[in-house]
Design a protein around this ligand. Sequence first.
Ligand SMILES: C[S@@+](CC[C@H](N)C(=O)[O-])C[C@H]1O[C@@H](n2cnc3c(N)ncnc32)[C@H](O)[C@@H]1O
Length: 201
Amino acid sequence: MERVPEPEIMSSAEEARVYYKADFSEVNQEFAHRVLELAPQPPALLIDLGCGPGDILIRTMKLIPQLCFIGLDASAEMLKLAVEETKKNHFSPKISFIQGDAKKLSFPSHLFDMVISNSLVHHLLDPLPLWEEVKRIIKPEGTILFRDLARPSSPEAAWEIVEKYSGNEPPLLKILFFHSLKASFRINEIKEQLTRVGLSG
Ligand SMILES: C[S@@+](CC[C@H](N)C(=O)[O-])C[C@H]1O[C@@H](n2cnc3c(N)ncnc32)[C@H](O)[C@@H]1O
């Protein structure tokens, strides 16, 4: 199946809330544990690009409270939820959220010890500017951890995945998931992008 790009930013309040309410606890906890395995020694600065409602960042902070965390997202609605969620019971002066475009960051070069991101790349029409920014902001010995969906072979295969993993979720979430699968890249496409910006290996 050819890639069908989707809207970049999840800017509607309805989309943000349906995403926030969905149960990603198992996969998000797995991701947080992977961060723990790879995390640099404290004190260290970690950024989550396209952090959405902040669930991964909060889970990671609970596992490694010694690090400093920045969550960045382009959607004000997503960030509102992230701040709300953090205030509920996970407040820490070591976590902050910033609105910004991951393809054009205002941070100085080589600032971060770790850059993480989950399910951002498939939102971008062209991820090359993102990879360029990741290469610029990470320290020379820093760690980069990205996870994303992989594009299935056909729309039918995409629907099967949607039904298998989000069968009980609201219709809007299922539609968002379907579009995200169609917008995703294949591993070879990501490898080619990384090679082009000198991030492979
Ligand atoms: C599918 S959500 C993933 C959220 C979160 N990482 C998670 O795993 O729950 C993708 C997020 O990326 C954000 N996003 C899309 N394009 C962006 C960009 N250029 N810069 C920053 N955030 C972006 C969207 O607004 C949305 O919150």
